[in-house]
Design a protein around this ligand. Structure first.
Ligand SMILES: [Fe+2]
Length: 246
């Protein structure tokens, strides 16, 4: 919590248009955890500068999933929803030049430790339309989801044992990237910062994992951090990391 607060403070000091939280704001989807997250993110929610999407931990229990706890207590904009309904894929205009398309890849399963994520064909088809529509207007599109699409070669030995909850239909999204112009993909799930460039429609598409924002770690790429992205209609211009001091 100490490390996370430092990062949030540093973010508040930056001239940022929007904060995107790529899921796992809770450990086990408890109501008290969601309330705490909503409290910490309140300044961003109140300013209308927040998009949150769910991670696998946010649907850890059947109760959390069945009662739509994520949407009710936090919601995609951090303000919660009295009467929750499916909101993803969600298009958010970050600036006159950039659109964010937030996806929900979190799925509840009997054994949450081995349940893969999934986007589903319906959500993928809707996301394609949103990307196409924004591109037609000359806007850059950033996709955000919780699960990783791929693990970079240098992380395979260390992350192999942890590779129990992949994204079941990642290949569908990889295919979408090769067919439609996407400026960047942002995701969480892995507690490591890495970037993989996948074949894109035209130029390669950067896929970026910020890593954890709260987990104490010694390995430099695992230190808690947030990434700051600079984007315009031509795509991703720069990425800077705000890293919590060890
Ligand atoms: Fe996760």
């Amino acid at each position: 919590m100490k490390l996370l607060k430092k990062i949030l403070q540093a973010l508040e000091a930056e001239p940022l248009d929007h904060l995107v939280v790529t899921g796992d704001v809770t450990l086990s989807g408890e109501a008290s955890e969601f309330e705490r997250a909503a409290e910490l993110l309140a300044p961003w929610a109140e300013a209308g500068k927040l998009t949150v999407l769910p991670g696998n931990h946010d649907l850890w229990s059947w109760e959390a999933a069945a009662s739509w706890r994520f949407l009710r207590l936090l919601g995609a904009d951090g303000r919660g929803m009295k009467k929750p309904f499916a909101v993803f894929p969600l298009a958010v205009e970050l600036s006159p030049e950039v659109t964010l398309v937030a996806l929900d890849s979190a799925r509840h399963g009997e054994d949450p430790r081995t349940t893969p994520g999934a986007l589903g064909s319906e959500q993928l088809a809707a996301a394609r339309e949103l990307v196409r529509g924004a591109a037609k207007q000359g806007r850059a599109v950033v996709l955000a989801l919780h699960h990783h699409l791929v693990i970079p070669p240098e992380r395979v030995p260390s992350d192999l044992a942890l590779q129990r909850m992949p994204l079941a239909d990642a290949y569908q999204l990889v295919r979408m990237l090769s067919e439609l112009p996407v400026a960047a993909v942002l995701h969480g799930h892995r507690h490591t910062h890495f970037r993989v460039d996948l074949p894109g429609a035209g130029q390669p598409t950067p896929v970026l994992c910020a890593g954890s924002a709260s987990r104490a770690a010694d390995e430099p790429v695992r230190r808690p951090r947030a990434l700051v992205y600079e984007l315009d209609r031509s795509g991703l211009r720069a990425v800077n990391a705000i890293v919590a001091a060890a």
